[in-house]
Each structure stands twice: as structure tokens, then as C-alpha cells.
Design a protein around this ligand. Structure first.
Ligand code: GTP
Ligand code: MG
Length: 171
């Protein structure tokens, strides 16, 4: 028999860290250097086969990172089974914003939500400002998953969603 579970995933983080780019890489396997900043939120879906018997459909809310949309985010994470909290490994302050969103999720989201801290722009390794060890240690401390990805090259993007799917309870 085949099990299909449908899970809402919410993508949060500072503007320009690459939230929409990660989602587009995952859903459409494409990337553009000239992506426009998200207004409000965007909804996309993607289905992945976990094993011969298990399929997970992700219903993804890609939220806007600009400050003026901050109060909208809780509408989207309220029902989420998973959240990707994204920062840019080349922008120090983007990790502080990620920490803020993690706190919000821990206060306001489902208590069993699967949270992944995601460091994006791995292709810009030479401009890195946040070490893998620092981010990983922070994630471990809070019991979160940690992944580093590049929406640009696609490195690790599918695996990141797959790892999240593996942590989600089957329906
Ligand atoms: P908001 O919608 O404003 O919250 O931004 P966002 O987090 O959705 O960022 P977006 O995906 O729009 O990407 C912002 C910029 O970063 C764009 O110019 C992207 O092309 C670029 N970008 C995104 N991901 C990567 C990446 O993995 N590597 C590099 N080099 N650039 C990236
Ligand atoms: Mg966006």
C-alpha cells in the first residue's frame, strides 16, 4: 500500500537570504539571479517519493522577509508541520533574524513542528561569515535540524526537504 501524507511547510527568514530561490529550486528545479522580493507570501507544492510505499506532498508557504510583512507570518506557520528557517551564510545579521523566527515558532507554532535551520548560498563559500560549526552548535542546542544548501547550484536542496519529510509523522 502507498501512504500519502500532506504537510504544510513554512519558510521564514530575513529578506534576500534566498527563501523563494530555495523553494523554486525544490519545486521547479530552476534558479534566477533576478528574483523579485516576495510580497505577502507565495504558495507552492511539491510531492516527493520517500520510499516505494511513502509519498509526501509538501504544501509550502514561502513568506516575505521584508520587515513590513512580519506580522503576517504567524498566519502561515500556525498550521505548519514543518518550518525552514533560512539564513545567508555570508550575512552575519541574517542568523540573528533566524534566531528570532525560531523563538517565535517555539512560542506560537505546533509543539511538534519540525524545524530546520537552513544556511543558504553555500556556493559563496569564500564570502562565508557564519561558520558551519557555529550554526550547527546553535541548532543542536535547540534540537533543530541543520542543513547548508545552495539554491543557485541546487546543492543539498532536495536532500534537505527529504530529511524533513523523514522526520514528519506519517498520517
Ligand atoms: P524576500 O522574498 O524579500 O524575503 O527574499 P528571499 O529570501 O525570498 O530571497 P530571494 O530568493 O528572492 O533571493 C534573494 C537574492 O539572493 C536573489 O538575487 C537571488 O538570486 C540570490 N540568491 C538566492 N539563493 C542564492 C544562492 O544559493 N546563491 C547565490 N549566490 N545567490 C542566491
Ligand atoms: Mg521571497
Amino acid at each position: 500500500s502507498n501512504t500519502l501524507s500532506t504537510d504544510f511547510a513554512n519558510v521564514l527568514g530575513e529578506s534576500a537570504v534566498g527563501k523563494s530561490s530555495i523553494v523554486h529550486r525544490f519545486v521547479k528545479d530552476s534558479f534566477t539571479d533576478s528574483r523579485e522580493s516576495t510580497i505577502g507570501a507565495a504558495f507552492l507544492t511539491q510531492t516527493i517519493q520517500i520510499d516505494t510505499n511513502t509519498t509526501v506532498k509538501f504544501e509550502i508557504w514561502d513568506t516575505a522577509g521584508q520587515e513590513r510583512y512580519r506580522s503576517l507570518a504567524s498566519m502561515y506557520y500556525r498550521n505548519a508541520q514543518a518550518a525552514l528557517v533560512v539564513f545567508d551564510i555570508t550575512q552575519e545579521l541574517s542568523l540573528d533574524k533566524a534566531k528570532y523566527w525560531i523563538k517565535e515558532l517555539q512560542k506560537q507554532a505546533n509543539s511538534d513542528i519540525v524545524i530546520a535551520l537552513v544556511g543558504n548560498k553555500l556556493d559563496l563559500e569564500e564570502e562565508r561569515k557564519i561558520s558551519k560549526d557555529e550554526a550547527q552548535a546553535f541548532a543542536n542546542e535547540l534540537g533543530l535540524m541543520y542543513a547548508e544548501v545552495s539554491a543557485k547550484t541546487g546543492e543539498n536542496v532536495k536532500d534537505c526537504f527529504r530529511d524533513i519529510a523523514l522526520k514528519l509523522p506519517l498520517e
